[in-house]
Design a protein around this ligand. Sequence first.
Ligand SMILES: [Zn+2]
Length: 313
Amino acid sequence: MRPFPRAGTWYAAGAWVLTAATSSCTSLPQAPDLSDRPTPGIPTNAWDEDLAGKRILDSIGEARTGTDVVLWYPKDSLSDAQATEIVARLDKGIVAAKRIIGKPDWNVQDDRRVHFYCLPGNFISHAPGGNCAFIPVWRMQQDQSPWLHEAMHLLLKTDKGDWLQQEDSVAMRRMPLWLSEGMADALAMDISEQEHLIYYSPLIDVPPAATDSLALVVLRDAPSDSVLAYIGARGKLPQLWGPDRFSYALPFYTGSASFTRYIAKHHGYAPLLKANDAFNQEIDVLERELAVPMDSVKARWLAAIGYSDQPHH
Ligand SMILES: [Zn+2]
């Protein structure tokens, strides 16, 4: 997710990390041996705060490496046992994700691992690009982290283009936001189920099996018809960046997840993955792969979840 502003507590927390490190360094006669430290992750489209936090963790944070992930976190924020358990869980999900989306060799400049940067403070988890996801460390500590959703954004990036690097006005009109968010959610839900991992979303606070019934309720209560209009279509729902973003986000994200799951259930993930790879032609490719116009697919989905239009006046 990217649409919301963040609380600005990180600099204070970062200063705490630096202070702790400085004071412990004075008691060490030599710099610690960094030879087995993993190479830092490679971010793209990252926020300034991400990069500031990443720099601190890259130099003085803890790093725990698995087969397919690296977990970066402030010293003493996780116990050894916790870090080991988290890395095992993350590895399991990422291995399964690469297999299911057909990208076993996914890498960023030859690094095949997803780097999870667990930073202090409270902000919206996000994975803007490269191989780096940024997640509040308290979410990792409390096991309330959308890590798999965020990793899906990284794994699903296509080399044909990056919507986050397009001009804002172009992306607002043309990026099918429902598809990228819907696929991240649908895949995270299905992979969690298959791998017996706990699925967690800060926004969609129901078990995956209840997504459709939640979608029905929140779409009916949506503040505007525009929410439904942007599901299955090109463009980014502008209100997600406005003052009413919270009342728009729940129906938009839940509806997008429900619709994407409906397509995956009836047609498999292959058409969705092809569409996702066809940068700037996603909807055309999806219609071609499904051999059904989007309007019809959408009408069938809405019927399946029990949604019916308000009567016309
Ligand atoms: Zn997302």
